[in-house]
Design a protein. Structure first.
Lengths: 384, 125
């Protein structure tokens, strides 16, 4: 199997990830920080170390403001619902994943907020001026993806962050597609809060993600329950990180995320990104000569992550994906990629498109075989 | 640079044809279909309905190869409660998926699967 769906979930994982998930849980897989016995203390230490490593990785000073959630969608829900207040206006963009669009739509339907969506240009980029134009006096949040999950285009977060900082509006960045392949410095990029997931380029397992929150930004509690501290009170603690974490943490997931992060930091974000981009360029070059293959936002591969989205003219994208899988043993993601507005803008709604996303363990041979497969598919389509 | 957009109400699902419901007469019986022309209930399908759908898709007749695909899809669906995996579809029909896609106007999903009367896949394909 040639796996080219790493933008959904990276596969395979570095060997240390699964090995340590199993070994550590076998040795001390108990509730972190929930007891006075040594194993619970040891589990808590591993959780704290992971928070600290993530804080360093994202350029934010306080590890206690790194909180764990299920994934980026879950974390974005925590941030959006914990920041938006009645009467607020929110700015997002047409690039967003449903993980942002749906919470915003839900809040609007509840009569809590209003929002506007900034457009992206032909290069797949949201210009800072577009965000600025969407701001209103009551705008209390700007939410944007660092990298489009459909196009792979990297957004000018530092410049958008500057716009937000000048207006005193918190900036929420969805780093689902960027964490692990692009350098992120929350301070330098004026990011107030970012959402990450463990199972993509941080090379951890599914079921773990979170938020990194800059000092000064207060996100309200929207979940309530056990935290292991202050148990006498019926009020959920406001201490971080517990304020935004209710219930026992996904300890096994945190271990896996920690080991994935170790791999990323040891190999280097730049090295991983460079390797993946070389594969995407090779893919685009191979497909570029095919008359009936349409590539989206493929004119330039500067400011990009390793995603290439295409369609074969005259063929449904889900059929292209099925043929790649069934006939060529190649896994890709087809459809709308949970980002319907991107496809509306591209003119590919509602069928969607075919997304290739190489990862850190793909080879040039994988790409050459993908090119050969798409060539065969496009010839079949063209021959009718 | 375009202007910021206040999303319409509702933002997307109302424009998704897979969410529409249409009642029509096929093969002498009333059947419920979605906006993409997929049966809502696979048991409503008849061979006459398949012939009508094929004709509408541009196939004057269904050959033995077409019926092999249709029958294979339906047998698998009713035995397992789901459509076959890609590899199972290949095995069941003895065709490559590239051949199967070319056999039906509309391809695998909008051609073969629809004519065979299987419901629209729920996953965001």
């Amino acid at each position: 199997m040639i796996y080219l769906d790493n933008a959904a979930t990276t596969f395979p994982k570095p060997p240390d990830v699964l090995r340590d998930m199993v070994e550590i849980v076998q040795r001390s897989g108990v509730s972190p920080g929930r007891g006075s016995y040594d194993m619970a203390t040891e589990a808590q230490r591993l959780v704290d170390e992971t928070r600290a490593a993530l804080a360093r990785f994202f350029g934010t000073p306080d590890p206690q403001r790194v909180i764990f959630a299920l994934n980026a969608t879950d974390a974005l829900n925590l941030a959006i619902q914990g920041l938006a207040q009645p009467g607020d206006h929110v700015v997002a963009t047409r690039l967003e994943h449903n993980s942002v669009l749906r919470p915003l739509y839900h809040l609007r339907r509840q009569g809590v907020i209003s929002y506007d969506l900034a457009p992206f240009n032909a290069a797949g980029t949201v210009e800072p001026e577009a965000v600025q134009a969407a701001l209103k006096p009551n705008t209390r949040l700007v939410a944007i993806s660092h990298v489009s999950n459909v196009l792979g285009t990297v957004q000018p977060i530092a410049r958008i962050g500057k716009v937000c900082a000048e207006r005193g509006v918190p900036l929420l960045v969805d780093c689902a597609q960027s964490a692990g392949v692009l350098p992120i410095d929350m301070e330098a990029m004026h990011i107030s809060v970012l959402a990450f997931t463990g199972h993509k380029s941080l090379l951890g397992p599914t079921g773990i993600g979170g938020l990194a929150i800059q000092p000064g930004l207060e996100i309200r509690t929207t979940r309530f329950g056990g935290t292991g501290i202050d148990s006498r009170s019926l009020t959920h603690t406001q201490d971080m990180p517990h304020r935004l974490e209710a219930g026992t943490l996904n300890f096994m997931g945190i271990i896996g995320l920690s080991r994935g992060l170790d791999y990323v930091t040891q190999r280097g974000v730049g090295d991983i990104h460079e390797g993946e981009m070389a594969l995407v360029r090779r893919l685009a070059s191979g497909l570029g000569g095919l008359d009936n293959v349409e590539m989206y936002c493929a004119e330039s591969f500067e400011e990009r992550a390793a995603v290439l989205t295409i369609n074969v003219k005259g063929m449904h994208p889900s059929d292209v994906g099925a043929i790649l899988d069934g006939d060529f043993d190649i896994a890709v993601r087809t459809g709308l990629h949970c980002a319907p507005l991107v496809h509306e803008t591209l003119g590919t709604f509602p069928e969607g498109a075919v997304r290739f996303s190489p990862g850190p363990f793909n080879s040039e041979d994988d790409i050459d075989r993908a090119v050969a497969a798409v060539t065969a598919i496009s010839r079949s389509s063209a021959g009718r | 640079m375009g202007a910021p957009e206040t999303p319409s109400e509702p933002p997307v699902p109302g424009r998704d044809p897979a969410r529409h419901r249409v009642q029509r007469e096929l093969g002498g019986r009333k059947v419920l279909m979605d906006g993409e022309g997929f049966f809502m209930h696979a048991e409503d399908w008849t061979r006459e309905a398949a012939l009508t759908l094929a004709l509408e898709a541009g196939l004057a007749r269904l050959t033995d190869d077409h019926w092999k695909v249709v029958d294979s899809l339906r047998e698998y669906y009713f035995h397992h409660g789901r459509a076959p995996l890609n590899v199972e579809l290949k095995k069941g029909t003895g065709m490559s998926l590239l051949e199967l896609e070319a056999l039906f106007p509309g391809g695998i999903k909008l051609g073969a699967r629809r004519i065979a009367g299987l419901p629209n896949p729920k996953t965001c394909m």
